[in-house]
Design a protein around this ligand. Structure first.
Ligand SMILES: Cc1ncc(COP(=O)(O)O)c(C=O)c1O
Length: 367
């Protein structure tokens, strides 16, 4: 053990979740999104587990993420989800990464890097307004891709902005636009083999968005994309837990105050345990101020005082607690469970940000 803090990651849970999503979204293929180090779970572990669970491909954000997977021996199709610096194209071709293109520059970069019939996916912006070709430009860009000997049109896709709000009509609006683009492409003689639009919530909540494949990220990690689709995620199993061991125990007396700024005061004598995890590990500094707690001795223990860079403190009352006792920050102990979504709700963010925020210095241990 290198330190008294670690994240447990379950490949079995990821496999199970991919099977669940495939069961719902099939016959559409599932491509597992393993960018950002597998949403903080470890990209290689996540990729292998997802492929073992039946994923037909993988998606990454960066060329270097795909290159690292290849270096680790991961096989199967890997799609880079957005255009990347032209200087990265050669590495992408060498690693056999499928590339996203939204304009002529993307095609030129692949030709300049020596591509030959390289599979690319044309990204269309149907209303997310982040990246992608304008709907009016789709046919022209598809024609560029098909005309160039460097590239082959392997797919056409879009991305949904509010798929996690099942009642929001904007998703239908985006899909209507996407269908219009697909019809125009077909009329112009372009027949991309893979059409895709759905992220996790698209796959789970919008049958119409499934097309040929879904790009499932958060759900493969067993986390709901958001409260609006929680009811569709009951069969998913969280793959990540976060643990520490108590590093120090002391009694504090009524009237004392604790941590930077002395923001928390005690109105009774109590036992305080210190855990060696802090905001540099991804436990937000202000989790103390929004009612954050940690499981120690099978009970939720409130975080007292601001979370510091490497350590945080919890109030254990008059209960027995000893150095070396296990604490659970995300996961279950003694019949209680704290989820990444619980943190997210308190912190007014999304569970994605919580798991992606668990930093590299927290060892990921397969469980
Ligand atoms: C283009 C694209 N597709 C799919 C996903 C996966 O989304 P989710 O994690 O909600 O499944 C993402 C994630 O941000 C994305 O950017």
């Amino acid at each position: 053990m290198t330190r008294w803090a670690w994240a447990g990651v379950s490949a079995a849970a990821i496999q199970h979740n991919v099977r669940e999503i495939a069961g719902v979204a099939g016959p559409a293929q599932v491509w597992a999104v393993v960018k950002a180090d597998g949403y903080g779970h470890g990209a290689e572990l996540a990729a292998r587990a997802a492929l073992a669970g039946g994923a037909q491909g993988l998606c990454v954000a960066l060329v270097q993420e795909g290159v690292a997977l290849r270096a680790a021996g991961v096989e199967g199709p890997i799609l880079v989800l957005s255009e990347q610096p032209a200087a990265q194209t050669r590495a992408a071709l060498d690693a056999d990464l499928q590339l996203t293109v939204y304009g002529r520059e993307g095609v030129t970069a692949i030709a300049d890097a020596g591509g030959m019939g390289h599979p690319v996916h044309l990204k269309i912006d149907t209303g997310m307004r982040r990246v992608g070709a304008h709907t009016n430009a789709a046919v022209a860009v598809a024609a560029e891709i098909e005309a160039s000997p460097a590239t082959a049109l392997a797919g056409v896709f879009t991305h949904l902005a509010v798929a996690d709000e099942p009642d929001n009509p904007y998703t239908e609006h985006q899909l209507d636009r996407f269908d219009d683009v697909l019809a125009t492409l077909h009329a112009a003689g372009h027949h991309p083999p893979l059409v895709h639009a759905a992220n996790s919530s698209g796959a789970l909540a919008h049958p119409r968005a499934r097309y040929d494949m879904v790009r499932a990220g958060i759900a493969i990690y067993g986390i709901s994309p958001g409260p609006g689709v929680d009811h569709l995620c009951t069969e998913l199993r969280p793959a990540l837990s976060l643990h520490a061991r108590v590093a120090h125990v002391k009694r504090v007396t009524a009237g004392e105050r604790i941590s930077y700024g002395l923001r928390h005061g005690f109105d009774r004598d109590t036992t305080v345990a210190t855990l060696p995890l802090g905001y540099a590990d991804g436990v937000p500094r202000r989790l103390h101020a929004v009612g954050g707690a940690v499981l120690v001795g099978g009970q939720p223990r409130p975080i007292v005082g601001v979370v510091t860079m490497d350590q945080l403190m919890v109030d254990c009352g008059d209960d027995e607690v000893a150095v070396g006792d296990e604490a659970v920050l995300i996961g279950s102990q003694g019949g209680h469970t704290i989820t990444a979504a619980d943190w997210a709700e308190r912190l007014d963010t999304i569970a994605y940000e919580i798991v992606c925020g668990i930093s590299a210095r927290v060892e990921r241990r397969p469980v």
